[in-house]
Each structure stands twice: as structure tokens, then as C-alpha cells.
Design a protein around this ligand. Structure first.
Ligand code: NAG
Ligand code: NAG
Ligand code: NAG
Ligand code: NAG
Length: 349
């Protein structure tokens, strides 16, 4: 977590020809909520809120929150039929072990069918005209009006259909322009095709971020029995072979794809020989896209070395690494302008 402290100590605007000191960036980074007392917001508590439309969300503000200091924010999305609370229990981003200085927001999806099941935009259970991207940006607007958010350091993660929603945000120009980096976990990347058109190796994705470099850290388990690693027909639609999904992002981001020379593969550091890390990109774009193959024995879960609700539900052994730690490290490398320089003092592509 020392990296994150370094970050807040030295924020500079990417793309500027000469580095500008933090103070000159106030108007770029600070949301309108800066300087407000936010007396109604209790720190270090899960707080329920909702949009005027009625869409609920949960948020958590770190104990050291200072209304004069732009604070980074993470959006974390629950899986199908799950809740914001369950997602917070899973990602543990409201615990000091992983996060001491980012606000975390847990939006709730819409509810569908007689059972009022919760599903995200793009899933087979959700009508094609639903715009959850717009809803999430409304939630972000509400957070920025209420609290002092660092608008250059907003991030998104989520599990299963929450990974799908994270991918929706990465693929939509409205949200790709406001969210610095993305980390989908065990995602269900549905494409609405069936029959022979459902070829998991060549599936084409509707994805037009209109942004040159979208940083992504993607996780998937080799033993995922819900969203199979090899993809195929599911719930009347089609999900990709996961390496194909990753390659498509690398290609879209201009950092190779396929067996491109920019791809490097090796054991995930600290995870024994169970997990593999694939990194895409060179030079300033080094590791712009990263893929963690969780291991041969990891099922449809939020990878953690401790037992969690997922490892119980899917009767799976814990993983050999904590996804939340990797996600925080990955997010810490990026702001909307680009990647943190090795010296930690400026941002660039
Ligand atoms: C999927 O495509 C079919 C056929 O075009 C269409 O009828 C259906 O509404 C689509 N489903 C969703 C969830 O978009
Ligand atoms: C995934 O699908 C493949 C092909 O149908 C199958 O062989 C494999 O057992 C499935 N894996 C899991 C973990 O369900
Ligand atoms: C990690 O690998 C070891 C050795 O292959 C294996 O026994 C163990 O089950 C694996 N654990 C996980 C969580 O994949
Ligand atoms: C994973 O996180 C838990 C806390 O959630 C911690 O107890 C455990 O030591 C972590 N594992 C590693 C390898 O850091």
C-alpha cells in the first residue's frame, strides 16, 4: 500500500509537456463535492443510498477521508442475483488489509422477472434497451457532488455479471472517458448469438471505447464451472474462450493480441505454480492489459487465499493469491491521463 501513498503525494497531469505541481491540477482532479463538510456521511461504515430513480447503491468512505483532499473511488459490481453487501464481503475492499484510502461504491443492478433477480446490462435476463452504464455514471455524479472525489482516479471491478458490467463500462465511450482502469473477475462476457455463430474462439464483441489505451486486469479460473474458461453457449447466448476475450482487448488497445510479440507469460509472483500472469504491451504501454489465469483448480470465485462466500458456494479450494491485492496494485499504476512513471512522480503514456 506504500505505492498508493506515493501516488497521492505526487499527482501530475499526464500529457502535459512539463510536470505541473499538484496544486495546479485542482480543477482537473477535484469534484464539486470538495470542501463540503459532508456531515451526513459517516466514515468507515457501509452507507445505503439511492438515485432519484430508486436505483440503490452502497458506499463506504475510508476513515482518513478529508473533504479538502481529492480521494480516489472504486466501483465494485456484484454478480447475478447477488447484492452490494455480498460483493463488499467478497472483495474486502472496505477492510484496511486491502484499502485504506479509496472510497468504494457498490451499485445494485436492476431487478427482473417474478423473482426480482438482479442482473446487469448485457446479460440474457436483461432487456436490450437497459442502460446500466448511464445509471452508474449517475451514481458517480451523485458521489462527486457529495464527496471530494479525485475524478482522474475512478476505477471499476466486479465479479461474474459484475465483470460483464465492468467490461460494459470499459467498452462504452461515456464511461471509458471517466474511469481510469478496469478489473473484471470471472466475467460472463455475453454476446447475443446462438448456433454455429457461437464460436468461442472467434466471437466478435460490441466494444467501442473511443479511447486509445484502456488499462485492464482480467481474472479467470481454469475450473470455472459457471462461466467456463473455454466458453460456449450459455443461457441462450454465447460466452467467449477467455484467452480470446483477453486477446481482443489487447488488439483493441494496440498492444498485440494473439501470439503477438508484446505478450509475456510467467508464473504469477507469489502464487506458487498455480496461477499464470500474461502481460501485454511494451515501453510506456507496458502491462496495459494483464490476464491472471487463476489456476487449474480455481472455480467461479473471487480469488482469495482465505475461505470466502464463493469458495463455499462453489465448493472450491481457496486460490493461492488475493485478487484484491493485485487489483489495488494495478489501479494504483493508472489515472485517467495514463500510467505512473517508474519514478512515481508523473503520469504518461
Ligand atoms: C437476443 O437476440 C434475439 C434475436 O435477435 C432477440 O430476440 C433478443 O431480444 C436478444 N436478447 C437480448 C437480451 O438482447
Ligand atoms: C468446460 O467446457 C469443456 C467443453 O465443453 C468441458 O470439457 C469442461 O469440462 C468444462 N469445464 C468445466 C470446469 O466445466
Ligand atoms: C496448487 O497447486 C498444487 C500443486 O499442483 C495443488 O496441489 C493445489 O491443489 C493447487 N491449489 C490451488 C488452489 O489451485
Ligand atoms: C489474503 O488476504 C487475507 C485477508 O483478507 C489475509 O489474511 C491473507 O494473509 C492474504 N494472503 C496473502 C498471500 O497475502
Amino acid at each position: 500500500m506504500a505505492i498508493l501513498n506515493l501516488l497521492t503525494a505526487g499527482l501530475f497531469l499526464a500529457g502535459a509537456s512539463s510536470a505541473l505541481p499538484t496544486t495546479d491540477l485542482g480543477s482537473v482532479h477535484r469534484a464539486s463535492g470538495c470542501g463540503k463538510k459532508a456531515a451526513d456521511v459517516r466514515l468507515n461504515r457501509r452507507i445505503t443510498a439511492s438515485l432519484p430513480s430508486g436505483r440503490p447503491y452502497l458506499f463506504w468512505v475510508p476513515p482518513n477521508y478529508d473533504p479538502r483532499k481529492p480521494t480516489p473511488l472504486i466501483l465494485s459490481f456484484h454478480g447475478a442475483t447477488k447484492t452490494p453487501d455480498a460483493q463488499a464481503d467478497l472483495d474486502l475492499l472496505t477492510t484496511p488489509f486491502f484499502n485504506t484510502d479509496h472510497i468504494v461504491v457498490y451499485p445494485s443492478s436492476g431487478e427482473y422477472g417474478a423473482n426480482k433477480g438482479r442482473y446487469w446490462q448485457g446479460a440474457p435476463q436483461v432487456p436490450a434497451n437497459v442502460d446500466d452504464v448511464g445509471v452508474v455514471l449517475d451514481i458517480l455524479d451523485a458521489m462527486e457532488a457529495r464527496l471530494c472525489i479525485d475524478r482522474a482516479r475512478v476505477y471499476a471491478t466486479g465479479k461474474s455479471q459484475g465483470g460483464l458490467m465492468t467490461n460494459n463500462l470499459a467498452c462504452d465511450p461515456r464511461s471509458a472517458a471517466r474511469i481510469a482502469a478496469f478489473a473484471p473477475v470471472s466475467g460472463s462476457y455475453y454476446v447475443n448469438v446462438t448456433g454455429p455463430a457461437c464460436d468461442p474462439l472467434t466471437l466478435e464483441f460490441e466494444c467501442h471505447p473511443q479511447r486509445a489505451h484502456v488499462p485492464l486486469l482480467i481474472f479467470h479460473g481454469g475450473a470455472d464451472q459457471t462461466i467456463n474458461y473455454t466458453g460456449g453457449a450459455r443461457s441462450g447466448e454465447c460466452v467467449p474462450y477467455i484467452p480470446h476475450f483477453v486477446d481482443a482487448w489487447a488488439a483493441r488497445d494496440g498492444v498485440g493480441g494473439g501470439s503477438g510479440s508484446a505478450r509475456r507469460e510467467g508464473p504469477l509472483p507469489g502464487a506458487g505454480d498455480n496461477a499464470t500472469l500474461y502481460r501485454y504491451g511494451d515501453g510506456p504501454l507496458e502491462d496495459l492489459v494483464e490476464f491472471v489465469y487463476d489456476g487449474d483448480h480455481v472455480n467461479h470465485q473471487w480469488p482469495a487465499t482465505i475461505v470466502n462466500a464463493d469458495s463455499i458456494e462453489y465448493d472450491s479450494a481457496p486460490a493461492t493469491f488475493n485478487a484484491s491485492e493485485l487489483i489495488m496494485g494495478f489501479f494504483g499504476r493508472y489515472n485517467l491521463g495514463g500510467r505512473r512513471s517508474p519514478r512515481g512522480s508523473s503520469w504518461f503514456w
